[in-house]
Design a protein around this ligand. Structure first.
Ligand SMILES: [Zn+2]
Length: 276
């Protein structure tokens, strides 16, 4: 199993010591207890990401401690002055296999964000982004769609309440975790069908809520898009509840689909083949 979405470090500075920083060793211990072979470490370098920072250099250092267990992505705030040089350097010299978690206070298609997408396009990277309500885009995700068209070599992997809200055609964005039935014909179905470079990151409460709020709809959604779904946790602090474990093990799908969601799709994006 591959966790496509994990963080280390002190993510809740003001909550210390109630919420403790996560070390690489603690993360590997968690992975061992839950059958996770590899976790993708996603830096958070923007102040809007969470109440702390997880730097690219720390993700690389953790990967170097456990090279068989961690994949390091690079991440940088779009307002940083040398964004392209930063991405080029860490892809070429640090072995970073993707970009993210991309979450900041700008619009999704802000010119500063597009500098990031252009660099990722050049390196053909997966990019994990988090879309909170009212932050990046509007209903219908027009800004995301424009970028899917413009940066076709980037594999955009979306998550967060703003992204998953678009699974339903009645995308009113009033609540982060809606419990109502999903109205068919949502933007996500349309975009996943139309664009090869869009993927869904199932991590965090937003991913779990989207997959559990309407089980009848979900089975159809999985049937249509299982090659583009990526299992993940958004694990970032000790004792965090991760309902995605039980969700995946109880999912009534064939072994091929379960394997693709748990690991196969991630391996393809990460260019990380299974050892023979
Ligand atoms: Zn995250």
């Amino acid at each position: 199993m591959i966790d496509f979405h994990a963080h280390l470090g002190r993510m809740y500075r003001e909550d210390y010591p109630q919420r403790l920083p996560m070390s690489p060793h603690q993360m590997v211990d968690y992975m061992n207890r839950h059958g996770i072979a590899v976790s993708v470490l996603l830096p958070l370098e923007s102040p809007e990401g969470t109440w702390g920072y997880f730097l690219t250099e720390d993700a690389i250092a953790a990967r170097d401690l456990y090279p068989e267990r961690f994949v390091a992505f690079c991440g940088v705030d779009p307002r940083y002055p040398r964004v392209k040089e930063f991405i080029d350097f860490h892809v070429r010299h640090s072995g970073c296999r993707g970009f993210g978690e991309h979450v900041n206070g700008l619009r999704f298609d802000d010119p500063l964000n597009k500098v990031i997408y252009a660099a990722c396009d050049e390196h053909a990277l997966p990019l994990v982004f988090g879309d909170d309500l009212g932050c990046y885009d509007e209903p219908g995700l027009p800004r995301l769609e424009a970028c899917l068209k413009e940066f076709t070599n980037v594999q955009f992997c979306g998550h967060g309440p703003g992204f998953w809200s678009a699974i339903s055609a009645d995308d009113d964005r009033k609540t982060a975790y809606p419990k109502t039935k999903i109205t068919p014909g949502g933007t996500l179905d349309r975009l996943l069908e139309k664009y090869d470079n869009l993927y869904c990151d199932l991590s965090a409460m937003s991913g779990y809520n989207a997959m559990s709020r309407d089980p009848d709809f979900t089975m159809g959604f999985i049937g249509r898009h299982w090659r583009k779904l990526l299992w993940g946790t958004d694990y970032l602090t000790g004792f965090q509840e991760i309902p995605q474990h039980e969700w995946l093990s109880g999912l009534p799908v064939c072994p091929e689909i379960r394997q693709a969601i748990a690991e196969g799709n991630a391996r393809t994006l990460l260019k990380w083949p299974t050892r023979s």
